[in-house]
Write a protein that binds this ligand. Structure first.
Ligand SMILES: O=P(O)(O)OC[C@H]1O[C@H](O)[C@H](O)[C@@H](O)[C@@H]1O
Length: 510
């Protein structure tokens, strides 16, 4: 049998196949990995049965139940899944058919989604990948005031429903997005609360604000769903339903992939094979980055989505026994064949520190135009995919190719579940906790310290010009940090800044 056929995992009834022939999982490698493979199957089984799979936060990890509620360990949890889905569908259909109208009396046409990280990347992926037959979606996914203003300037406020998403309900960027949007609504004479929906944990800060202000609707978010695996929860499903996506199809794609990759026969388990390929490529230590190259514009955000899913899950300092391991799997990518005109040069000829995951989409709805002789654009796209894959292989560069028939709600659900499960398996293979993110806290704490210093520096600014060093000396703070506070204060218009030849002699005054 040819290698490409030997190294293929196919689920023809689902329209997906994975070709590992350019990163072959040899019988010897599989035999060597068998003990770890068995551990990974046992781990995912206990995770799906409701074990505390996130020991640090003492939480169950239940995103797989979201697409098959019967797996949830008890009736209460099962109801927590079924009820919101019915609720989402009912709410979205009433928004779409106009039976819930904006206070202006108009039908809603736009949804402004406010969230960040796991509370934005999934909805953004779905919004970009799938057709829009319902509301137009716009996103505030950062605390950059100029970025937010740019988005707000495009939304018709009197027919815009605002959906604020935060699992914790306390993420500063999302709170800032909400306050910024509220301010914009107010300045334009539109009340925010009657057009606002919250998706958040019960009793969170956001939940309390939404309740106190009488927002249109609050959807609870379960504590056993992590942000980066929340796209098949209310976080992803409500925006998708508002966009007009068939959310049952999305869930079905994910459920079917879950079912296929629950089997312990590795030869037929696409997610386990994916995890094993990652392991093989990077020797179980993440020594090679994963470049994601979807040859379909609709999937351009997929690499960004996978970046969080994989890097926040796998990038860990400690293993489950507390040993320092500094695990990780770096992910980047854009789309083929655009990348061929950007960084594929390095992939082919430069440093060999990566493997590629090609994503091929077999069908194209608009491929009737002959662009050269008998060839269409789609022929070229296919040619570039196959050509790049071969050219990389010729120079010894490994790749995996995932092929799907088309990008629709079903196949997107399928891809999301495939990678979620590969992450679960890979985390077990390398023995780390995939479901916490302790490292993220360090940046948040440091930002808090900066803000406290910013206030101190603002209060300390005098009308006589002083250098950062002089102010730092007066308030007993670090000179470099004070300098950056002063520049920020000056650039926001609250101080004058006289620049000297050398930065350390710059002076600042009120
Ligand atoms: O949904 P939220 O609680 O607002 O969290 C949004 C995001 O922020 C955090 O910093 C985490 O690192 C992410 O995993 C999370 O998705």
């Amino acid at each position: 049998m040819k290698l490409y056929a030997q190294q293929l995992v196919r689920y023809p009834e689902m329209g997906i196949s994975l070709d590992f022939s350019k990163l072959p999982l040899t019988p010897e490698f599989l035999a060597e990995m068998q003990p770890l493979i068995e551990r990974a199957y046992a781990d995912i089984k206990s995770l799906e049965s409701g074990a505390i799979a996130n020991p640090d936060e003492n939480r169950m990890v239940g995103h797989y139940w979201l697409r098959n509620a019967s797996l949830a360990p008890n009736a209460e949890l099962k109801a927590e899944i079924d009820r919101p889905i019915a609720d989402i569908k009912e709410f979205a259909s009433r928004i779409l058919d106009g039976s819930i109208q904006a206070p202006s009396g108009r039908k809603y046409t736009t949804a402004l989604i406010i969230g960040i990280g796991g509370s934005a990347l999934g909805p953004e992926l779905v919004a970009d990948a799938l057709p829009n037959t319902g509301l137009k979606l716009a996103f505030l996914d950062n605390t950059d005031p100029d970025g937010m203003q740019k988005v707000l300037d495009t939304v018709p406020l009197q027919e815009t429903i605002a959906v604020v998403i935060s699992k914790s309900g306390g993420t500063p960027e999302t709170r800032n997005g909400m306050v910024f949007a509220q301010d914009f609504f107010r300045k334009n004479g539109v009340a925010f609360a009657p057009q606002a929906v919250a998706i958040t944990g019960c009793g969170s800060k956001l939940d309390k604000v939404a309740e106190a202000e009488g927002w249109l609707k609050r959807f609870p978010m379960e504590d056993w769903v992590g942000g980066r695996t929340s796209v098949t929860s209310v976080v992803g499903l409500l925006p998708a339903a508002l966009q007009g996506v068939d959310i049952d199809s999305l869930l079905k794609g994910a459920a079917d992939m879950d079912a296929k990759t629950r089997c312990t026969d590795t030869a037929h388990n696409a997610a386990m094979k994916l995890a094993l390929a990652w392991y093989k490529a990077g020797e179980g230590k993440g020594k090679k980055d994963m470049v994601v190259l979807p040859y379909k514009d609709a999937l351009v955000l997929f690499s960004k989505y996978l970046q969080q899913l994989i890097m926040e899950s796998i990038g860990k300092k400690l293993d489950l026994d507390g040993n320092i391991v500094h695990q990780g799997l770096a992910v980047y990518g854009n789309k083929g064949s655009t990348d061929q005109h950007a960084y594929v040069q390095q992939l082919r000829d430069g440093i060999d520190n990566f493997f590629v995951t090609f994503i091929e989409v077999r069908k194209a709805a608009h491929d009737q135009v002959l662009v050269e002789n008998a060839f269409t654009s789609g022929d070229f796209l296919q040619g570039f995919l196959r050509g790049t894959r071969e050219a990389l292989a010729e120079s010894g560069r490994a790749s995996i190719t995932i092929s799907i028939d088309e990008v629709d709600a079903y196949s997107l659900g399928m891809l999301i579940a495939l990678f979620e499960r590969a992450v679960s398996y890979y985390a077990s293979l390398v023995h780390i906790n995939a479901y916490h993110q302790p490292g993220v806290e360090a940046g948040k704490k440091a930002a808090g310290i900066f803000l406290a210093l910013l206030q101190q520096v603002r209060d300390a600014l005098a009308s006589t010009p002083e250098t950062a060093g002089q102010i730092a000396g007066r308030i007993g703070a670090d000179e470099e940090a004070v300098y950056h506070c002063l520049v920020h204060i000056a650039e926001s218009g609250s101080a004058t800044w006289t620049q000297a030849d050398c930065a350390c002699r710059d002076t600042f005054a009120k």
